[in-house]
Design a protein around this ligand. Structure first.
Ligand SMILES: Nc1ncnc2c1ncn2[C@@H]1O[C@H](COP(=O)(O)OP(=O)(O)OP(=O)(O)O)[C@@H](O)[C@H]1O
Ligand SMILES: O=C(O)C1=C[C@@H](O)[C@@H](O)[C@H](O)C1
Ligand SMILES: [Mg+2]
Length: 210
């Protein structure tokens, strides 16, 4: 087991390598950003901000109710306001919602906060993970339609196609991340360890345009 002292050494080695001491997690809907982001914060001993959670906290209601009451534009406005408010933040893993990168202003703000890591989990893997999780589907307004499909195989097919379609709209943005990794068939803990190693091994792609 890693001692506290060696953990701190790893942490400061990572943070010294980053011009701004945060790590930003982006990626498609339900790709595991929150789960992996919390694990990453643990291994790097950083704080965590999950932007979706912040939106819910400030609005005092869940995301699906914000979509229902204020539409997607209302949700996106709240998302942009939260991202803007993060400007002074340091020493955090910042977990985004999948669509947070769609607005230029958000992408630019996030890019100034630290290196962006794209969790590029394949749509088929996400669909496999979610297909029987009704609660996970219902709380994501852009996937909630899937619960109406009773046949498991058909539902999984629908989810894969829907996730692929959303990815095609957003891919150009995710491709601007400094670090990309795909974590299929591994635990979130292992995935977080991969990210830590990639940060330590200087696997950041500095040529990416923001
Ligand atoms: N490595 C993994 N292996 C298996 N299941 C996982 C893994 N990572 C995440 N999951 C599961 O996938 C589902 C979605 O994960 P999570 O909420 O972290 O995704 P997200 O990218 O934050 O979603 P959103 O786009 O809605 O913010 C959860 O049920 C979670 O338990
Ligand atoms: O794919 C999306 O646009 C979304 C993903 C979630 O993280 C939430 O931000 C919300 O459900 C919208
Ligand atoms: Mg999330």
């Amino acid at each position: 087991m890693e001692s506290k002292k060696s953990k701190n050494k790893v942490r400061s080695k990572v943070l010294n390598r980053l011009s701004v001491p945060n790590v930003i997690i982006v990626g498609g809907t339900a790709s595991g950003k929150s789960t992996v982001g919390y694990q990453l914060a643990k291994v790097l001993e950083l704080g965590v901000v999950d932007i979706d959670d912040e939106i819910e906290r400030v609005a005092a209601k869940p995301i699906h109710e914000i979509f229902r009451d204020e539409g997607e534009v209302g949700f996106r406005d709240q998302e942009s306001a939260i991202i803007k408010s993060l400007t002074p933040i340091r020493n955090h893993v910042i977990i985004t919602g999948a669509g947070a990168i769609e607005r230029d202003e958000n992408w630019e703000t996030l890019g100034r906060l630290g290196p962006i890591v794209w969790l590029a989990t394949p749509a088929a893997e996400v669909a496999r993970r979610l297909v029987m999780k009704h609660d996970e589907l219902s709380k994501r307004p852009l996937l909630a339609e899937a619960v109406r499909i009773e046949d498991r195989v058909e539902r999984e097919k629908y989810l894969t196609a829907k996730l692929d379609e959303m990815m095609e709209r957003r891919r150009h943005r995710y491709e601007g991340a400094e670090l990309t990794l795909s974590c299929s068939y591994v635990t979130a803990e292992t995935c977080a360890q991969f990210i830590k190693s990639m940060l330590l091994d200087n696997k950041l792609n500095d040529d990416k345009a923001r």
